[in-house]
Design a protein around this ligand. Structure first.
Ligand SMILES: [Zn+2]
Length: 240
């Protein structure tokens, strides 16, 4: 299934989280012809230790950096939900926004951060973005009874996503070989210059991490995920 998905949507809490979690996989699939959309939940306006930086200026900078990183990876669409950093809520408005993007882009694969962790605490926006994405996939986006205005008034169709890959998971059960796209991942991460106090160290850490994950799965560099099957397709039936 790994390279089968031709339409993919990522639900990302902050600018740079997508590149760090799955930039190599995204680049691999984009090179393979996939149509990929990034959906950014917050504007990342707290990601600084510079006292003279304003939230508005930082949000602006981060949006530009995100667009540049997406270009490096070959991502075709980037959508900004616009919550302030740290203020994402598990609420109907956010769910409706994600469902609209799913119904608009019709991905077979959705990716998000694993919201269920017990050993290492995660940023609130990370947890909530994962919960929102999973709930949007099942059942809101495929049931016409949720957000019927999107269908009756705006002409969208209910849509079934077939699976979700969760990154930052404590229980990964699959990996994507990113040996050929490790450099693109590093280049995309480097585009987030406002978050790179010591770029060389951060990039080296990213490469080392991909190498360690790769070792676990028997390839040179990899990103790992927990896979959740939502709607079984013919390939799933063949696999099990
Ligand atoms: Zn983050």
């Amino acid at each position: 299934m790994i390279d089968e998905h031709k339409r993919i949507l990522l639900v990302i809490p902050h600018e740079d989280d997508g590149e760090g979690g799955c930039g190599g996989s995204v680049a691999r699939w984009a090179l393979n012809g996939a149509d990929i959309t990034f959906l950014l939940c917050t504007n990342g306006d707290k990601g600084t230790s510079e006292l003279e930086m304003t939230s508005k200026r930082l949000a602006n900078i981060r949006q530009k950096e995100q667009l540049a990183a997406a270009r490096v990876l070959g991502v075709k669409q980037v959508s900004f939900m616009g919550y302030p950093d740290g203020e994402l809520e598990d609420e109907i408005w956010a769910r409706e926004y994600i469902v609209r993007e799913i119904r608009k882009h019709k991905p077979s694969l959705v990716m998000c951060i694993d919201p269920f962790r017990s050993k290492r605490h995660a940023h609130r926006d990370h947890r909530i973005s994962g919960l929102l994405a999973l709930d949007a996939v099942f059942t809101y986006s495929w049931s016409e009874t949720y957000f019927p205005d999107q269908i009756q008034r705006d002409g969208l169709e209910a849509h079934r996503v077939s699976e979700v890959y969760l990154w930052s998971s404590e229980n990964p059960d699959m990996c994507v070989d990113i040996g050929d796209t490790m450099e693109l991942k590093a280049e995309a991460l480097a585009a987030h210059a406002s978050q790179m106090k010591e770029p060389d160290k951060i990039l080296q850490r990213t490469i080392d991490r991909a190498r360690a994950v790769g070792k676990d799965f028997g390839v040179s560099h990899a990103e790992s995920f927990r896979r959740v099957i939502v709607h079984k397709t013919l390939s799933h039936w063949a696999e099990y």
